[in-house]
Design a protein around this ligand. Structure first.
Ligand code: NAP
Ligand code: G4F
Length: 446
């Protein structure tokens, strides 16, 4: 589907504003300590560097070290918990921000003055080659998980140049910093199923890349830089081509979380309508904690390579809405066509009297959320990941929806159905409780 809308400049305003409004008051009121470590800025002597960096103490007592860009994001936060649970020392790159931006990792924060801290945060930015080089040289990580990016597809149409700078060139800066430092770290690149764009489903490692957004084009560039460094410089650099993965920690402006948050807000009587864009787009949605386990497996291989990671199932945005509302006891019926299509309550559990009743219009289309060029359908072919990594998705689409609805109901102060929380805790993610301590901290006055 192609949607021609004349003014794209303000389309994401509503989502962006919602996020800012949600986050700002708590963070401004908060007083949380953030542990920032700034390694001394060493001048790297080009002639000696290779010798120096290969001196890494490899005795069995020294833990594996990982450097994560994008540690404050959805994936970075789960990956940090996962690696800490495996005994890693974890270093994360965080951006300087005038307000706190570490809510996803605050609950695992350890004061660096405490004995044996294993999580260190360092200021830096993917636009700043000098600091990337400095961090790699000083930390000497064994593994680098490059997850940092301007990761919002819709926003990439508003800020294509910035998206190219951070999402595309940021990867080159990191690869080059790694090469020049001489550090022999393995690098994981967070490639995306968006790169397939218009390629027919299902998509595998051999499908063509036909990107449909500045974000996707930036990721394709980064993908090829990884392959070039692998082939040209023998870097251990691998691409994980991950399909959409979601969780209670998913950014609030991605469609799944936008839906589950809106549902919880509506049930709490705090939101009247949910405005969405293309209801017919289909995505292969999986549960995020499983996907970072795949990232880790990719770096444990003998040789660098590229892998598609997804569930193999594809569902539309409309299906996601239907399942989410149905789990909460609300049946939605769809009426109208195109931008006039509306989601209306057909029936609702008596629990929601008098907040919701049959005939209430809950969902409408706002063309501002359409994209100039859309990716209509994504569905992963994970044959290679199954065979080479032994990786399998464990959470179904229906389970994912329940998990996200439950956690957002909890956040909204409502009694969740409970099935989703039970699923998330019983699927073998012992390293996380999917905490989003941001909200806990508010109550602690931190
Ligand atoms: P996310 O929640 O949006 O997190 C993005 C991370 O990148 C945040 O930590 C963000 O920091 C950081 N970042 C943004 N700009 C930066 C800059 N200029 N310098 C340094 N850090 C910067 O993304 P995610 O869902 O965890 O995804 C992780 C990675 O996988 C991204 O590269 C994304 O494009 C890719 N990916 C995601 C999916 C998915 O479905 N989630 C699928 C395929 C690929 P702030 O917190 O300060 O903003
Ligand atoms: O949730 P989305 O914004 O995710 P999208 O564009 O698929 O990108 C995500 O997944 C990629 C992997 O394939 C990642 F690489 C990327 O970083 C990001 O994590 O949108 C999903 C679909 C789109 O087709 C969009 O048009 O939902 C449709 N949609 C319909 N209404 C909406 C909305 N998307 C958003 N964000 N907001 C809406 O109101």
């Amino acid at each position: 589907m192609h949607h021609a809308v004349p003014d794209f400049s303000t389309r994401e305003t509503r989502e962006t504003k919602e996020t800012i409004e949600t986050i700002t008051p708590y963070r401004v009121a908060g007083n949380c300590k953030i542990s920032i470590v700034s390694p001394e800025i060493n001048q790297i002597d080009e002639t000696n560097k290779t010798n120096q960096i290969n001196q890494k103490n490899k005795n069995l007592e020294s833990p594996m070290k990982a450097l994560i860009t994008g540690i404050t994001g959805q994936d970075g936060s789960y990956l940090t918990e996962f690696l800490l649970s495996k005994g890693y020392e974890v270093h994360g790159l965080i951006r300087r921000s005038s307000s706190f931006n570490t809510q996803r990792i605050d609950h695992i924060y350890v004061d660096p003055h405490d004995p044996n801290p294993r999580l260190f945060l360092h200021h830096g930015d993917l636009s700043d080659s000098g600091q990337l080089m400095n961090l790699i040289y000083n930390i000497k990580p064994d593994e680098i998980y490059h997850l940092g990016a301007q990761s919002h597809v819709r926003v990439s149409f508003d800020i294509p140049e910035y998206t190219g700078d951070i999402t595309a060139l940021g990867t080159t800066r990191l690869l080059e910093a790694l090469r020049r430092s001489g550090v022999k770290a393995k690098l994981y690149q967070a490639s995306s199923s968006e790169m397939f764009g218009a390629a027919p489903s299902p998509q595998s490692e051999t499908s063509p890349f036909l990107p449909r957004s500045p974000y996707a084009a930036a990721k394709v560039y980064a993908y090829w830089m990884v392959r070039n460094y692998r082939e040209g410089y023998r870097s251990f650099a691998s691409n994980g081509i991950l399909f959409n993965h979601e969780s209670p920690r998913r950014g609030e402006t991605f469609v799944t979380r936008k839906i589950t948050r809106a549902l919880a807000n509506m049930l709490g009587g705090n939101q009247k309508r949910l405005y969405l864009g293309n209801l017919n787009a289909k995505r292969d949605w999986g549960f995020a904690p499983e996907y970072l386990e795949a990232m880790w497996r990719i770096l444990q291989q003998e040789e660098p390579d590229d892998y598609v990671i997804g569930t193999g199932e594809s569902h539309s945005v409309k299906e996601f809405v239907d399942h989410a509302f149905s789990y909460a006891g609300i049946e939605i019926t769809w009426k109208g066509q195109g931008v006039e299509e509306k989601g209306i309550v057909k029936g609702a559990s008596s629990r929601w009297d008098p907040t919701l009743k049959p005939g209430d219009v809950l969902i409408e289309i706002d063309p501002r959320y359409f994209r100039p060029t859309e990716v209509e359908s994504l569905q992963a072919d994970i044959t290679k990941a199954r065979q080479h990594l032994g990786w399998e998705p464990r959470t179904t689409f229906e389970e994912l929806v329940k998990i996200m609805v439950d956690y957002d109901m909890k956040l909204a102060g409502l009694e969740p159905g409970g099935e989703g929380i039970a699923i998330s805790l019983n699927k073998g993610f012992a390293y996380t409780n999917h905490d989003y301590s941001f909200y806990e901290k508010i109550r602690e006055g931190c």
